[in-house]
Design a protein around this ligand. Sequence first.
Ligand code: MV4
Length: 446
Amino acid sequence: MFEKILIANRGEIALRIQRACREMGIKTVAVHSTADENAMHVRLADEAVCIGPPAAKESYLNAHAILSAATITDSDAIHPGYGFLSENEKFASMVEEHGFTFIGPSPEHIRVMGDKITAKQTAAEAGIPVVPGSEGDVSNVDEAKKVAKDIGYPVLIKATAGGGGKGMKLARDENELESAIKMARSEAEKSFGNPDVYMEKYLERPRHIEIQVLSDNHGNVVHLGERDCSLQRRHQKLLEEAPSPALNEEQRQTIGATVCDAMRRINYRSVGTIEFLYENGEFFFIEMNTRLQVEHPVTEAVCGIDLVREMIRVASGAPLGFTQDDIRFSGHAIECRINAENPETFAPCPGKIGEYHAPGGLGVRVDSALYSGYSVPPHYDSMISKLIVHGNNRNECLMRLRRALAEYVIEGLQTTIPVHQNLMNSPDFVNGDYDIHWLEKFVGIK
Ligand code: MV4
């Protein structure tokens, strides 16, 4: 097992990883920008190294500075968390070339899943159902018209280097296709330096359901069920839950088994998430995330498994300590992402925390790096806390979540807690009756 792990991240996820390390008897190294000198992840680490100025490009995205920090602290491994360098194939290779272990999948798997056309082809070949669409790039408009006629309009044009919704263009009929392709290509070239785009049948009202997998170096693969992440605004998730209100046990086992088979076939290692659109009882693969995700605690809550601990264990070469049959799903969990934002406009509002009181009690978990007197810097993501609540069933979970939200005191800046409180009183949400477009209608178009 590793003796010392460098955590190449900040905020709540850096703390989350430190907690797993501490329980495993592993020392931790924090890295931080000059804006994060007083951050909780720096205070709680065994050692800390300043890696650059506030701008992420010069600190948390600075691979050379991070590798230097790993060298001078004599770290064994690097955990990237989420965001920043977590899905950077080059960084993962550099980590290994410098003799450290990258706590995550192989650079090759990151590469394959990072290119969305290759990811979809790989998933399809491995037996995962995908959205009907073009086989690869659609630069030729005449060929694209043939494919579109085949699969039927509307179609969606997506950038292969995109993901997360950037650079998507909808074509409702053949008249709109040429300009959709041209616009998507030029946006993709501008944003990613890669103009390649592909086409998919547009699903009108799907849910976003993702399957969590975990696998080791010895061919063992398990799934940890699904998370329903349909509640998004501008491709930013607000709330995630497990299990999905839309699935039954048989559907869960079937899609889980399909995904496990596929991960075994491609020799995937570490944690991973396979994202699906789900409509009329059918799953359609869209993307795979080769990282630990923000919303992993809802899965931990319903499975009782520490995903970060397992991720570290398998990276060290240890086999999974359990099989699929050992995994039991229990109750219901919901995560509310709390952002330092105006609750009406969602405009970021960094500032200094005054009074701070986090909720507690049975089934309540708060993953946050906040403390009273802390200044939320303006340079990074506005998510400041995750409130994760578990109950024996969805109703108990909702009652507890209302209670926990009411208890949460964060003074000194605006947060999205009121948005979650409104959501808890919405009949559609309470009934689990929502799709990927529901939230934007609920909060209003701003
Ligand atoms: C789609 C889709 C409908 N049909 N693909 C947006 C983010 C990216 N990961 C995929 N996205 C979508 N792909 C087809 N074929 C609708 C979306 C989509 C969406 C997906 C998940 C969660 C929220 C969303 C909001 C708008 C559009």
